[in-house]
Design a binder for this molecule. Sequence first.
Ligand code: FES
Ligand code: FE
Length: 431
Amino acid sequence: MIDPGIALETTLRDRVVPEQGRIPAFIFSDPTIYRVELERIFQRVWLFVAHVSEVPQRGDYVKRNMGEQTVIVAHGEDDMVRVFLNYCRHRGMELCRSELGNTSHFRCPYHGFTYSYTGALTGVPFQREAYVEGLERSALSLVEARVEMYQGLIFATWTLDGPSLHEYLGDIAWYLDVLVGRAEMEVVGPPQRWRVPTGWKLPSENFCSDAYHTAHTHASIVKLDLITGGTSFGASGYHVHSQNGHGLGLGTQAGADPPYPPEMRAEFEQRLSAPQLALLDRLKNLHGNVFPNLSFLIPTAIHLEGREVWSTTLRLWQPRSVDSTEVVSWCLVEKNAPDWWKRLSRQSYIETFGISGMFEQDDTENWESMTRNSRGALSRNGETDLNYTMGIGRAPMQDFAGPGVVYDGKYSEENARRFYRTWLDYMVAGS
Ligand code: FES
Ligand code: FE
């Protein structure tokens, strides 16, 4: 347990030993740890905020979160996408209340300060009478985050002088090309949102690393005959991890037609390298996580109207409190795909990993239970540290066509160990 007399960093260094597969359960429910995560992780790293197709027109905006703080992602009149803290510089009111819209300016609901698409303070009601000595408007622009984009994914960070987004993504960028860069992608409507009574780490880690649970947790999907191949559908393939705690699992299959419309192939060929296209052609499923909380997924295809159909999803595990996470979940489709594919791909998303999807329900139950159990007294004294040793000692492959550290087979917790190593490094940085 966390001893109030010992520095948090000392406790963490002592108790969290990812390389030995030792993770204490208290990190999933301790309020102090959660507050430190918001400061040392969510205020430092690149965070996904929106897909570019959510703000296609000048004036479009969406309201999002970076950590617990809300931000405005705005497509300006100059075609720049900017991200502002949703915080009026007068008295801290939330400027923007609606989730999305189109506007030429943001006006504060409290006293009416008005900001332009560049974040400049352009309007102050009754300024001459109210500020007789003048008001330095230029010092009161909205607080702006640093923004970069990769394959239509808009990321923002409060760290103005850290690594570029591309440097931060590292080797996982190659796999994001396959996920969302294979074609021009667009979101299917606004994201679905729901709350899960768990912290943000368990689901992020699950998508990053855990193919092992699929055989048991998701066995019902096989019993319902929604997918073929038995309960070992999560076993074959590869695990990949890259710098900065990012990780993914690739399920592969040989000898089956890939479940995408043949009409799309020309665009895929244009945008992907030959090894990326070869991977897409034998892909069965793909799951992963960009540290800290952007997960992505192409679930195993399901039968719909006599076809095998898969979907592409992104989701943020948005921290709300130490044991509450808002899931923000997008379905993406290829913009130039035929209508039947867009319709069925969306249906596939809804039935598998949408808010009421069958897989989704299975997973949520697990995270909720583990979070509840991590609060118990026994889980705080070291006897019930969690076991993350699966796959320790295995050697990575030398001949995989993609970058990163790659392991053959998906029953491994190496990606999770890398996730918690990164987490730990941020949590103790500077101490
Ligand atoms: Fe925004 Fe006063 S708090 S104008
Ligand atoms: Fe799952």
